[in-house]
Design a protein around this ligand. Structure first.
Ligand SMILES: Cc1cc2nc3c(=O)[nH]c(=O)nc-3n(C[C@H](O)[C@H](O)[C@H](O)COP(=O)(O)O)c2cc1C
Length: 183
């Protein structure tokens, strides 16, 4: 059993939901999970945890600056444990290069190179946006040929990919735990 910290930065809730699904999958695999919104530096303090997963949503081409600051402040603590990063965006659904570009920028700005990273398609909750954001998103998404019915919400996350990411992370922890016991 490992103690795993999952810290996430979510604006509209989808990254939080993905973090929760990762947490539930890890708990099913027998691990203890701490979930923290990564809006402040201390959220990433990894003391007392054996492994760290960080997740962040993309807005206007980048991850949250607060998340970047929190990760930068704890980069060596995170890097000294099994770790992974997941990024949530709309481009992850149809523009893998753009999604990867956001991860690359995050790595450059934080100084943390995750052992594993993934891009997950997020959601388009039109009905929950304020009128300005709803119009803006409809315009941006429509120009890219995406869904523009603002009377409903869209979810693009493929939950089986999220669960696979969590299971693969858990699988890598097992040999580490076994080594620890032998030593
Ligand atoms: C104002 C705004 C800007 C966004 N900018 C981008 C963007 O630049 N690239 C992208 O791929 N997705 C963008 N998105 C889509 C979000 O990444 C997507 O909705 C994601 O699910 C948000 O995660 P969250 O619910 O955890 O905040 C944007 C969404 C909003 C509302």
């Amino acid at each position: 059993m490992s103690r795993i910290l999952i810290a996430y930065a979510s604006f509209d809730g989808q990254t939080r939901r993905i973090a929760e699904r990762i947490g539930a999958t890890l708990m099913d695999a027998g691990h203890a999970v701490t979930m923290r919104p990564a809006v402040e530096g201390p959220a990433l303090a990894a003391a007392g945890h054996d492994a760290v997963i960080v997740g962040g949503a993309v807005r206007v081409g980048h991850h949250s600056r607060a998340l970047e600051r929190a990760v930068r402040a704890h980069a060596s603590q995170i890097a000294s444990r099994p770790n992974a990063f997941f990024s949530v965006s709309l481009s992850a659904a149809n523009n893998a290069a753009a999604a990867q570009g956001c991860i690359d920028a995050f790595v450059r700005r934080t100084g943390w190179t995750p052992q594993r990273s993934a891009s997950f398609p997020g959601a388009l909750p039109y009905t929950r946006y304020n009128p300005f954001i709803r119009l803006l998103m409809r315009f941006i998404v429509g120009r890219a040929g995406g869904d523009t019915d603002t009377s409903r919400d869209y979810e693009y996350t493929r939950w089986e990919d999220v669960e696979r990411f969590a299971r693969e992370f858990a699988a890598r922890l097992v040999p580490i735990a076994a080594n620890t016991i032998r030593r």
